[in-house]
Design a protein around this ligand. Sequence first.
Ligand code: GLN
Length: 255
Amino acid sequence: MSAASPPPRTLRVSALYPDLLSIYADRGNLLVLERRCAWRGIGWQLTPCGLGEPLDSEAHDLFYLGGGQDRDQALCAEDLLATKRDALHAAAARGAVVLGICGGYQLLGHSYELGPGKELPGVELLDVRTVRGDGSPPTPRLIGNVAISVALDDGPERVLAGFENHGGRTHLGSDQAPLGRVLKGYGNDGRSGFEGARSGNTIGTYLHGPLLPKNAWFADWLIATALGIHPGELAPLDDALEEQAHGGALRAAGV
Ligand code: GLN
């Protein structure tokens, strides 16, 4: 590892509901961000924001929501609207990164319909709607290793590897860009070939795994974007182990 360039300040991260939205080792995503900042001498500030707590839209560069069970999402959905929605919109509007994984992704959309007459409202940062599968065979839940092809900004087409386990099927609005295209696995709904959604620096994806240990390049894109720099400005790291993990995850997905 080398830390050639001077630290471009501190990455300030707010983790929303870390006790409720953090399944399938999603907290590993935060560990990866922290470690990759530390290796480069970039400061790290992690602020949890739980139920009932106000969110300061200016105080963070990256807002993170992990995955969760439906019952925990219900608590978060209500609280998001009551105490955090406006701040998230303000943060996204100034270009902060908002990253939602699985349950967190669903809550960034318009709604998550759990069944007849039962709908969780979302914060409407992404033009997506999620409907829980009716439990009928063959795939009541969409589970398995997944790989998607992604092109971010001026970067080349790259692959994200992960693991998905969701009952919800997410449908994109007509102008909503996906995050990527499914190479293996189900993605948003198991049919459309789309995975995730992206509007500006707001990103939602179904990829757990956790996502960032398996895709160090994406962790760096997030760090750089949140700091307002180009990923190429980050000091390079020795990612031999990370690349092995990425390759292993791709093989597991059958790519
Ligand atoms: N509870 C949601 C679903 O089943 C999200 C699951 C998750 O975060 N893994 O669709």
